[in-house]
Design a protein around this ligand. Structure first.
Ligand code: 4NP
Length: 157
């Protein structure tokens, strides 16, 4: 059965496109490309249509992942009807997401780092910091991606 995963942050130019790129790689490596669809978006509208932040692109590239072709879009209520998992980078994102989720939505909505065994942890916003912030984001996202892949494999019968 096909699963659809949506990663959400504030601007969709740093954390969630990084998560999309890293998780897509994990999906490809696990041979699950036919079963799992991946996307990302932001709760805000400011960066719609933009490529990921240069620093996020470079940090991903250092790990062999190209996210340059991604373009920012804003989260919509319909996303909660289309995606099976809608995963937030931080608690502010999560509050904004819950306010938009239609009552009939069956999507699993929560913090992405729960899949890294850290139920309350957030992926910190690297936008106003230095390069090391982007490396830390990648480390967290890689760990959570492994956990999410494992859950999807276990749940697939
Ligand atoms: P993101 O990072 O939510 O990880 O894409 C940010 C990008 C832009 C802004 C804030 C966070 N901003 O304030 O423009």
């Amino acid at each position: 059965m096909k699963k659809r995963i949506l990663f959400v942050c504030l601007g969709n130019i740093c954390r969630s496109p990084t998560a999309e790129g890293v998780f897509q790689r994990a999906v490809d490596d696990a041979g699950l490309s036919d079963f799992i669809r991946v996307d990302s978006c932001g709760v805000g509208h400011w960066h719609v249509g933009k490529a990921p932040d240069e620093r996020a692109q470079l940090a991903a590239k250092r790990r062999g992942i190209d996210i340059s072709c991604l373009r920012a879009r804003q989260l919509s209520a319909n996303d909660f009807l289309v995606f099976d998992y809608v995963l937030a980078m931080d608690r502010d994102n999560l509050s904004a997401m819950r306010a938009l989720q239609p009552p009939e939505s069956q999507a699993r909505v929560g913090l992405f780092l729960a899949f890294a065994g850290m139920p309350d942890a957030e992926v910190p916003d690297p936008y106003y910091g230095g390069e090391e912030g982007f490396e830390a984001v990648l480390d967290m996202i890689q760990k959570a991606s492994e956990g999410l892949i494992a859950e999807l494999i276990n749940g697939r019968q």
